[in-house]
Ligand binder design. Structure first.
Ligand SMILES: NC(=O)CC[C@H](N)C(=O)O
Length: 206
């Protein structure tokens, strides 16, 4: 079963509905003790970096997530759930992220004709085409996103997907047992559902 972490800030409903539509066993976990029943985790997130980290601390999920990742168990981060995996964010100066990946999160600084937050569909170029989460997804497919900040991995080798919005920036990362994306696969129709199904299948064999 896949555990969808509920720390009071996720877009839980749409993520849960997506797995229900796929007829895949996923449940919302509200206590870190429930992680033991899970085969894989989803870290969703909508809102501000600082609030995300405060809620993860308040719900006692920080050590549990770090332990999960260190144990080599599969996890997928979505949107703010990607950003929280890094060390810090310009969105919340002074707040420490989970630090699972070295690097920070920066705010778009774009010409005024490019609106921030970027809200809508944009293409992802697969820079790790062998990433299992991209199975059956054409390179350059469009995904849905809503964001003002973007991750800047220190180690570029973890970048799995890039997108152009005034600048070229990272929209997916994959290293070992952790995959995360700035996009909302649960709101990206067929390609997004395919990505979630791929994560389920990949997690099955980890
Ligand atoms: N949709 C979101 O919650 C986006 C996450 C973050 N606040 C950003 O603007 O990039």
């Amino acid at each position: 079963m896949i555990g969808i972490i509920d720390y009071g800030m996720g877009n839980l409903g749409s993520v849960t509905n997506a797995f229900r539509f796929l007829e895949l066993d996923a449940k919302i976990v509200t206590r870190n003790q429930e992680l033991a029943d899970c085969r894989a985790l989803i870290l969703p997130g909508v809102g501000a970096f600082g609030d995300c980290m405060a809620h993860l601390v308040e719900h006692d999920f920080v050590d549990a997530i770090e332990g999960w990742v260190q144990a080599g168990k599969p996890m997928m981060g979505i949107c703010l759930g990607l950003q929280a995996l890094f060390e810090s964010s310009e969105e919340s100066p002074g707040v420490e992220g989970l630090g699972i990946f070295a690097g920070t999160v920066k705010r778009f600084d774009l010409p005024k004709e490019l609106k921030v937050p970027q809200i809508g569909w944009n293409r992802m170029e697969e820079t790790q085409p062998d990433c299992p989460m991209f199975e059956g997804i054409d390179n350059g497919s469009f995904f849905y996103l809503v964001h003002s900040f973007y991750v800047c991995p220190q180690d570029e080798s973890i970048v799995a997907g890039k997108t152009e919005y005034g600048i070229e920036y990272c929209t997916s990362v994959w290293k070992d047992n952790v995959f995360a994306t700035q996009f909302h696969p649960e709101k990206s129709q067929a390609v997004g559902l395919c990505m979630l199904k791929n994560f389920w299948n990949w997690a099955e064999v980890q």
